[in-house]
Design a protein around this ligand. Structure first.
Ligand code: NA7
Length: 541
């Protein structure tokens, strides 16, 4: 909880919504500039995604040496990651370490959800209301609300009436859950399920997986981080971080490929895929330039993975059901796993296709699919999130002249650089839609945005101005650029959460910027060098 002196204060230079990795660094940065800051966080601790997603097997799908803060050299030198890919407990420990190290908690109000944020043009202030009854104002409002933070219950009849234990992977009980002796049903086969299924299968009496869309998954090849490798990485940290800025996804390990899948012979291509598969992680997607732009090139990689599935899963019918055939590989988030496909060789695991026949209803003790009744004790919903726009739309945000964010975004998000929204002065998004965010090393993108937001606030201060907001024209051009770039790729072909396709009724618009981190950063730098082209800085007071 915040200190009592902070609690009694009612006006702040900035309010930050969310104390995940974005909110924590924003707080630190603004405090360092001498601003008064209050952070509201709905959990009772820091860490965001890593606070909520505590399901068995939860891990980051990017390697820890890269998926970590770079803003403080001492922090990155003193922290010793133990595993190649951070586990949820390790990532949460890191988040808490950062909160302690920079004394962040004194400005964070936990277990409090922001419900309303209304801009008062006359006062040049945001009025913010919380579910805890706080009514405070701030000159700047920063949405550090995350991209995957609004868990979705599936719209299936009876889901609310399930009488056994019911869990969502994105809101998992803090004490953990034991499954021995239980018949468990899990709905969903996205990244969360792919990580959880092997772990739950090891414990449960019986695990039934309800699969609507088969996803591509690649072995992560996790393991402990060799201390000598860790030290070697640390010795070159600055160089590696800088190299990451020059890559498409902000990941130094995966640089830009240089040749087309058809520049090599079939045998050479096969060998390249085999090497990438042996290496594990996302390497396979970075083998050729055209995997995400050319359907035929993509199909070579997709079929390679299907062959691995058929090789691994002993029952040919189950293997075929697990082979993704309705979207190009990489156009939905590529899953990384540890023995996911192998799990289907266990005799306590059953795969049910709910694409051909959808789940009809959930009964108090069963999932019903057509004529089949699957009796279960526990129901795990690995059904994902209202991604990228859900958290911001959950808050009643009203900008200048009564503009409602939810209405402005009714046909899809509209932003300038994924950072700000026209008519919402002094409201900033960290890794908002139409920025690389989820299509990049998230912490790198968070740091980039936090630094840009801080620079805008600094500019206002230096020039004695009060408000900044994007110009409508600049925003329209960016939205259009975002769509153009997306449609040069295969991404829009998949019914993914990137497209809003997992939420009934949500507009189908491709939301992340996929022109790459390098290009995005170059564009932002040009904007800044051109005196923040497209942003209107003014003295509204
Ligand atoms: P995802 O990737 O959105 O996966 C959700 C899964 O749940 C997916 O397989 C969905 O099938 C399935 N789903 C959702 N609703 C239903 C219904 N009604 N019936 C059957 N199946 C359903 O969420 P995750 O939590 O796994 O991962 C989110 C991100 O977190 C991930 O990309 C990483 O970045 C980390 P569908 O594909 O829609 O047919």
């Amino acid at each position: 909880m915040s200190s009592s002196s902070a609690v009694s204060q009612t006006h702040f230079d900035a309010i930050v919504v969310g104390a995940g990795f974005a909110g924590m660094y924003m707080l630190h940065k603004l405090r360092g500039m001498g601003l008064s800051v209050r952070v509201y966080e709905r959990g009772d601790g820091v860490g965001g995604t890593w606070y909520w997603n505590r399901y068995p097997g939860a891990r980051c799908d990017l390697e820890s040496m890269e998926y970590s803060y770079s803003f403080d050299k001492d922090l990155q030198q003193e922290w010793d990651w133990q595993e190649k890919y951070g586990t949820q407990p390790e990532l949460l420990k890191y988040a808490n370490h950062v909160a302690d190290r920079f004394d962040l908690r004194r400005d964070i109000v936990f277990e409090t959800r922001v419900t309303h944020a209304h801009y008062d043009a006359r006062a040049v202030r945001w009025a913010v209301t919380t579910d805890g009854g706080d009514q405070v104002t701030a000159t700047h409002l920063v949405m550090a609300t995350g991209n995957l933070s609004t868990p979705q219950l599936p719209k299936i009849d009876g889901v609310a009436d399930f009488a056994g234990r019911r869990f969502h992977t994105g809101d998992w009980p803090h004490g953990g859950v034991d499954f021995p002796g239980r018949r468990v049903g899990i709905i969903g086969t996205g990244s969360s399920a792919v990580q959880a299924i092997p772990k739950i299968a090891e414990q449960a009496d019986q695990l039934t997986v309800f699969q609507r869309t088969a996803n591509f998954s690649i072995p992560a090849r996790h393991g402990p981080l060799d201390p000598s490798q860790r030290e070697a990485h640390k010795a070159r940290y600055d160089e590696i971080r800088s190299a990451a800025y020059e890559t498409p996804f902000g990941i130094a390990k995966y640089g830009s490929p240089t040749q087309s899948a058809f520049d090599v012979s079939d045998a050479e291509r096969q060998k390249i895929y085999e090497d990438a598969w042996a290496l594990g992680g996302q390497a396979l997607l970075f083998t050729f330039t055209d995997l995400l732009t050319d359907g035929a090139a993509n199909e070579t990689a997709a079929e390679f993975v299907r062959e691995r599935i058929r090789e691994t899963v002993k029952n040919p019918a189950v293997a075929e059901l697990l082979c993704p055939k309705d979207h190009p590989i990489g156009t939905k988030r590529l899953c990384l796993d540890s023995f996911y496909y192998e799990t289907y060789n266990r005799n306590n695991v059953n795969l049910v296709d709910v694409k051909t026949t959808a789940i009809s209803r959930i009964e108090p003790h069963a999932v019903v699919v057509g004529d089949n009744v699957y009796e279960i004790d526990d129901l795990v919903l690995a059904t994902g999130f209202d991604a990228m726009t859900g958290a911001a739309r959950d808050i009643d945000i009203i900008g200048a002249d009564g503009a409602r964010l939810a209405e402005r975004w009714a046909a899809g998000p509209q932003t300038y650089l994924g950072l700000m929204v026209a008519d919402f002065p002094n409201m900033y998004l960290i890794t908002g839609p139409q920025s690389p965010g989820v299509k990049s090393q998230m912490i790198l993108s968070i740091e980039h945005h936090v630094d840009m937001i801080a620079a805008m606030i600094e500019k206002l201060r230096a020039e004695g101005l009060t408000t900044v907001a994007p110009e409508a024209q600049a925003q329209d051009a960016w939205v259009s650029e975002n769509n153009t770039v997306a449609h040069m790729t295969l991404y829009p072909e998949a019914a993914s959460w990137y497209m809003g396709a997992n939420i009934p009724g949500k507009p189908r618009v491709f939301m992340p910027y996929v022109g790459g981190v390098k290009q995005y950063r170059a564009t932002c730098q040009e904007v800044i060098d051109d005196n923040w082209r497209g942003f209107a800085f003014s003295d509204a007071g």
